[in-house]
Design a protein around this ligand. Structure first.
Ligand SMILES: N[C@@H](CCC(=O)N[C@@H](CS)C(=O)NCC(=O)O)C(=O)O
Length: 145
């Protein structure tokens, strides 16, 4: 039986301009404690001051490989965001969704086409090159990390 550890994260200090804008149903993030894609989503949730439940998925135990988890994300990858029954994988898609739905201004994800293109470029570069090569290196037999 899959047992996931849950942490209810309360709203912190009231420094964010977004603190009054909360979803009607709490968000849930299924995350790996030290996974860079999970950490990126956690940073966005924190920046937007969005109350959420954090479910720690144990990557080492393969908790993401179960059929139960596949219902949330058929890719069986972490992170996954749940927003009122809507499940979304891929950290970049989650970041864009959170900014599109919950940000009150354009600081995080600008609407101006050129400014947005720069942000999208960095997200694509990370997905296609930066994180990909780091993961391959860490997973390789020759890595000393
Ligand atoms: N492109 C995905 C990558 C996510 C990813 O690689 N997550 C790792 C954990 S950090 C994972 O779930 N790997 C599953 C596996 O290798 O079986 C994203 O950005 O969300």
């Amino acid at each position: 039986m899959l047992e996931l550890k849950c942490y209810n994260l309360q709203k912190g200090s009231d420094k964010s301009p977004y603190s009054q804008f909360q979803p009607s149903m709490p968000l849930t993030l299924y995350a790996v404690s030290d996974g860079p894609p999970s950490l990126a989503v956690r940073q966005a949730l924190k920046y937007l001051n969005l109350e959420h439940t954090l479910v720690n998925v144990d990557f080492g135990l393969g908790e993401h490989m179960t059929e139960e988890f596949a219902k949330k994300n058929p890719q069986k990858e972490i992170p996954v965001l749940e927003d009122d029954g809507f499940y979304l994988g891929e950290s970049n898609a989650i970041l864009q969704y959170l900014a599109g739905k919950y940000a009150k201004d354009e600081t995080l994800y600008p609407k101006d086409p050129k400014s947005r293109a720069i942000v999208n470029h960095r997200l694509c570069f990370n997905l296609s090159t930066y994180y990909r090569y780091i993961s391959e290196h860490v997973a390789s037999k020759n890595s000393n990390l």
